[in-house]
Design a protein around this ligand. Structure first.
Ligand code: GLN
Length: 460
């Protein structure tokens, strides 16, 4: 991204009146229109974004001080509520559902001056890794239009990579922020569970869902995270704002950071991707980090456990799609017919997960939960002796849309941090045949500062 398109540069110019927010948003809308071949957004209302920009310009004219993201255009994944706007999570079952409130993170971003430009295309209800299963059709990867941008926050990643916006807000249950970030060559953060409110996020698997951010640079990632943090009375699982200085963490050298390079028997990345991970570890070591190899077994089992827990929780969450509370009902007042009509609009993958979730049975679910416990203990154990772990974000570079196996395996390296509720950041690092590679940094609970320090060192 060119420097003048960074969130910081935009906000600095808008705050002092060097550029109007309207002008910034008009330019962003022009870039968005030019990016139409990516199919990365759902239908949007340009007038709405322009009205938000005008309100900022009016506030400034009236002498108000604008926030740290003044005039910055952002994309919201189509599963975040924005009051008065359709939120269908790319599902036929939610066509016509108008969000009754605004997600807390979105409200906080707006309070900081951000302008919602449009909503990003995604896999239906967050289920997928290719953004191929959407009622709006597949989104494309800007590095190769024949490939997938990843998923489920694929539209978000594509629009950041294509320099349409500096910031996009998505959600990560099993990897849906990190994996598309890796395939599109942008930063993607899944923060520690609880630091960001889930109020207004359409749920997939509640014990693992988090809001996350995709950005083109680390300063903007720090800036948008900073304004979204903090406890929210509307989400009882949120924690008080951590005392982070992410801007300071970005300036700190990685000297003395203890980094564990994850060796994962039975779960290998392609040799080309692995070569970039080794190169990243060497780059940290050259700057004074202490890197050693740590064995991390059982990734395939962790992926299975993720799939089982995700299906069980999704089946439970989606029970509310009964045509009464959520989902489009059938005409008439036969409750059973209404529920059947609402549920008939789910796509194949959603049905598959609901069926799997109900079919699992207590025994299999208990085994999945035991695996989750072991994965969590393994991560915590390694992080007793390390500040962070480093490994691949995905086994391969961006796959094609019709490659379901690549889609399934795309979560292999991202699922563990999801199961453990630990923060993880995908850092764009190197390329294979012109396609970006993501290196994943996994941290301690509330250990985001170390991730930012290491990521900045990789960028240096
Ligand atoms: N690709 C994973 C899945 O299909 C992750 C989804 C997500 O994080 N929302 O479940």
């Amino acid at each position: 991204m060119s420097a003048e398109l960074s969130a910081r540069a935009i906000a600095d110019a808008v705050r002092v009146g060097e550029r109007s927010a309207r002008r910034v948003i008009e330019d962003a809308l022009a870039r968005l229109a030019a990016a139409a071949p990516l199919n990365a957004v759902v239908p949007y209302d340009a007038a709405r974004a322009l009205a938000e920009a005008d309100a900022l310009d009016a506030a400034r004219a009236a002498g108000e001080a604008l926030g740290p993201l003044a005039g910055v255009p952002i994309i919201l994944k189509d599963n975040l509520w924005d009051a008065g706007v359709e939120c269908s999570a790319a599902s036929e079952s939610l066509v016509g559902f108008i969000a009754p409130d605004t997600a807390t993170v979105v409200r906080r971003l707006r309070a900081a001056g951000a302008v919602v430009l449009a909503r990003g295309n995604m896999d239906e209800l967050g289920m997928g890794s290719l953004t191929a299963r959407s009622r709006f059709g597949p989104a494309k990867n800007p590095h190769d239009l024949h490939r997938s941008p990843g998923g489920s926050s694929g539209g978000n990643a594509a629009l950041v990579a294509a320099d349409v916006v500096p910031i996009a807000i998505g959600s990560d249950t099993g990897g849906s922020v990190r994996q598309p970030a890796a395939w599109c060559g942008v930063y993607g953060l899944r923060p520690t569970r609880g630091v960001l409110s889930r109020w207004g996020l359409v749920p997939l698997a509640s014990s693992m869902d988090t809001v996350g951010a995709l950005t083109s640079n680390l300063e903007d990632l720090a800036a948008c995270l900073d304004v979204m943090l903090g406890a929210d009375p509307l989400d009882q699982t949120t924690t008080p704002r951590p005392p982070w200085r992410l801007d300071v963490a970005l300036q700190e050298p990685p000297r003395g950071l203890r980094v564990g390079l994850m060796i994962t028997p039975g779960a290998e990345a392609s040799p080309e991707v692995w070569a970039q991970v080794e190169r990243a570890a060497a780059k940290l070591s050259a700057q004074g980090a202490i890197v050693d190899r740590v064995g991390f077994e059982g990734l395939p089992e962790a992926l299975l456990a993720y799939s089982a827990i995700c299906a069980a929780e999704a089946a439970s969450n989606l029970a509310r799609f009964d045509g009464q509370r959520f989902g489009r009902p059938a005409p008439g007042d036969d409750a059973e017919a209404q529920a059947r009509a609402a549920r008939s609009r789910f796509g194949d993958e959603v049905r598959r997960r609901i069926l799997l979730g109900h079919a699992l049975g207590e025994d299999l679910l208990r085994r999945a939960l035991a695996t989750r416990g072991r994965v969590t203990e393994a991560i915590i154990g390694h992080l007793d002796h390390h500040d962070l772990l480093i490994g691949p974000t995905t086994p391969t570079v961006a796959a094609h849309h019709d490659d379901p196996e690549a889609g399934r395996l795309a979560d292999l390296f991202t699922a563990p941090a999801s199961l453990a509720g630990r923060p993880a950041l995908s850092v764009p690092f190197g390329a294979v045949d012109g396609l970006p590679v993501g290196v994943q940094l996994i941290g301690r609970a509330y250990g985001e500062e170390a991730l930012f320090t290491a990521a900045a060192a990789l960028q240096a």
